[in-house]
Design a protein around this ligand. Structure first.
Ligand SMILES: *Cc1c(COP(=O)(O)O)cnc(C)c1O
Length: 397
């Protein structure tokens, strides 16, 4: 064929004869669309009568393979199959799912100590569309039930456990039971724990969302999100159409990077947890440390709940330094090994001082309400050698 078409056409048309054997690793499908052998095949794929891809905004083999892998991880050991979609970010996952499930007039019940972006999405994007939200302490079941009874527009319970930055954990099974009693859909953000440590679907959640940017990727080199649903039909009929229309799909490159990270999720998480536990125990003994928030410590208020619903206690912790804001800032500036950055879940140890970084524009009284004191430091414990992490934290203190 190469001899029968022009030079410029050879430039444009890829020879197909070279694609013989299956690649061992997942290829990056850098194609916006898919071609059909015949009009009949095209019709069947469009009608959903045979599997196939059409256009990468709707999904492609790279993206769908990774979405399916996360769905299998989130439903592991539950006895049912879930289905998954990958999105361009964690925020895209949350926005797409909620747009798919809610309509004007519906309400959301959630916690005050949510990821900041999620609170802002509820307030600045959904609220103007007449989808309102209320916050409550998700450990106070009498208050929650009173709210659900009084507000019959509440259609959805949205939770994060462990919650940022004090690592409070909430009883997932009890929350789902209460929400379902009032016909609410239950959505869990499982970014902090990952499906290796806890699987909300097993505890009654209907959907799980992720910022895969964090632990699932684990290497800080891609931004993406995931939506996992227990009900495949609802995912296909209510969520996928919204993803297609909002254009919140993931791309092949970020999906591929995420997949590389996923391969080592189990062994990374084991090391994150072990290092965080050792660091928390070391901090607890330090005279300049007032308080350590780590659910793995027996004196953490959520220790019992965490023990019941998590395999281990995760890589995130926070602690309060004596000396308030100044002590917090000085600590950050003395670090040489740990990195100052607002993200979390990477293989290296990441440190954040909420009062001067992530929560700098939140009024002091408001952040104090959620335990974000002036001297609070959050650590995303990496998988390095623990002596180096503790050595640097000691230098900082
Ligand atoms: C980071 C994060 C998000 C938002 O995810 P992006 O990938 O940054 O859009 C949502 N929830 C939690 C708990 C997060 O940590």
């Amino acid at each position: 064929m190469e001899n029968q078409i022009g030079f410029g056409s050879i430039c444009v048309h890829d020879p197909k004869e070279q694609r013989h054997t299956q690649p061992h690793q997942l290829p990056i499908y850098a194609t916006s669309s898919f071609s059909f052998d015949s009009i009949e095949q095209g019709m069947d794929v469009f009608l959903g009568k045979q599997p196939g891809h059409i256009y990468s905004r709707f999904g492609n083999p790279t993206i769908d393979t990774v979405a399916e892998k996360i769905a299998r991880l989130e439903s592991f050991g539950t006895g049912f199959e879930a289905s998954g979609l990958l999105t361009s970010s964690g925020m895209a996952a949350i926005a797409t799912l909620l747009m798919g499930l809610l309509k004007a007039g519906d309400g959301i019940l959630t916690q005050g100590n949510l990821y900041g972006g999620t609170t802002a999405l509820f307030r600045d994007v959904l609220q103007p569309l007449n989808i309102h939200f209320q916050t409550a302490d998700l450990s106070q079941f009498d208050q929650l039930e009173a709210l659900l009874k009084k507000n019959d527009n509440i259609r959805l319970l949205y939770y994060e456990t462990p919650a940022n930055p004090t690592l409070d954990c909430y009883d997932m099974a009890a929350l789902a039971e209460l929400a379902h009693k009032y016909n609410c859909i239950v959505v869990a953000d499982n970014t902090f724990a990952t499906p290796y440590l806890q699987r909300p679907l097993q505890y009654g959640a209907d959907f799980v969302v992720h910022s895969t940017t964090k632990y699932l990727n684990g290497h800080g080199n891609s931004t993406a999100g995931a939506i996992i649903g227990k009900n495949k039909e609802q995912m296909r009929e209510a969520v996928l159409p919204k993803l297609k229309l909002l254009g919140t799909n993931c791309n092949s490159w970020d999906a591929w990077l995420l997949n590389n990270g996923l391969k080592t999720l189990e062994i990374r998480m084991d090391r994150h947890c072990r290092n965080a536990r050792q660091l928390a125990q070391w901090l607890e003994q330090h005279p300049k440390v007032i308080k350590v928030n780590y659910p793995g410590l027996p004196n953490h208020p959520s220790h019992e709940i965490a023990k019941r619903q998590m395999k281990d206690f995760g890589g995130m912790l926070s602690f309060e330094l004596k000396g308030g804001l100044e002590a917090g800032k000085q600590f950050m500036n003395r670090l040489q090994f740990c990195t100052l950055t607002p993200t979390l879940g990477d293989v290296d140890t990441l440190v954040l001082h909420p009062a001067s970084m992530s929560h700098i524009s939140v009024p002091r009284e408001v952040r104090l309400q959620y335990g974000i004191t002036d001297g609070l430091v959050r650590i995303s414990t990496g998988i390095e050698n623990i002596e180096d992490i503790i050595g640097d934290v000691e230098r900082g203190i």
